[in-house]
Design a protein around this ligand. Sequence first.
Ligand code: PLP
Length: 451
Amino acid sequence: TTITNHMPTKELQALDAAHHMHPFTTQTELAARGARVITRADGVFITDSEGNEILDGMAGLWCVNIGYGRDRLADVAARQMRELPYYNTFFMTTHVPVIALSQKLAELAPGDLNHVFYAGSGSEANDTNIRMVRTYWAQKGKPTKKVIISRKNAYHGSTLGGASLGGMSGMHAQGGLPIPDIHHIDQPNWWSEGGDKTPEEFGLERAQQLEQAILELGEDRVAAFIAEPIQGAGGVIVPPATYWPEIQRICDKYEILLIADEVICGFGRTGNWFGSQTVGIRPHIMTIAKGLSSGYQPIGGSIVCDEVAEVIGACEFNHGYTYNGHPVASAVALENLNIMQEEGIVDHVRDVIAPYLKTKWEALVDHPLVGEANIVGMMGSIALTPHKESRATFAADAGTVGYMCRERCFANNLVMRHVGDRMIISPPLVMTTAEADMLIERATKSLDECY
Ligand code: PLP
């Protein structure tokens, strides 16, 4: 039998659970309740097999920045598939889509970040970064500089390298992670971990952990520091204003390479082209994926500064993926960036929709369940709490209230994710003010139902 959108939902769900293993999912739970089947999408809305129109407050997985239903991207993909569906960039070959995309990224990226090494995803790009920064130091005659410092509760992907860089304890508990020479310091999460310090004191203190780690490990062993400008999957943790300037100072002082993981923050999400610009840092390497193609094609990469590219370029870098700079993915990514520029989507975020949403989002703090509400550009979080003054968490059943709230949102036709006790959003950047109102209305209704 042919499986189509027209089959009864129950049958689709049973087939799905029987043969499809889902990521970050307890498969037995999935089999018992059935996955929601998404059949089509347009603008900021997805539609399920029951005909529900759901406001996608997560832009898929933080990626559909220009919204669903863009015919231009479909047309470019079809054209490229007919002309040159695949060719590789190994062994002294190249093609026009990858040349054009690289030139565009060099133009958009700040400073001297002028060189792109491609990958199929953010995880793969971070694996590249691990090998690239270690190769860089070996080439410079400092082969002992291997350790990469990262942060607890960071997310850098699901490959061995990406998950090792990441600081998710649940991931480290499975499969023997992390790989050697990765070191984690604490995250700048003031709400959960700041105690009685002011956010400013706490931000400084957490940044200074980087300096302590470098001194303890030894300067001659540390290759790089990697971080998301604003932690995404960890719960949209907005660092205190003191944090990033101090990190930048420490990286400069000890000549540590700074890798900004822009997989979520890149391509307009924070109100600038890159999150590094929003938090005021000068990375040597930026990891990109997701918004690069608005999720229409799987593509990621590392944007590398002149000096690192020059050092790496002097040797054969023995690293590459079959789909490096895939022509169809490259053509689609380029068209996505063209659309962003033509429609002024970054300006729309910075000047229109993010300021509008910020006012409404921050007002959620008046809800009895909400302790803090943070938002930068179009990524936001609220912390659910039983007691605002003490910044208490629902410790005994951590995550349960968040889970319940997520389920209420889903029932109210809003996709909003939960990370423990934090509810997070990352909607498409093309959202209108009317759609932002709808998001807030549905989120408030869902919170009310949890209270
Ligand atoms: N880095 C960050 C900051 C991410 O948020 C993600 C995915 O959510 C990744 C890396 C991994 O990207 P991918 O899922 O494309 O491998």
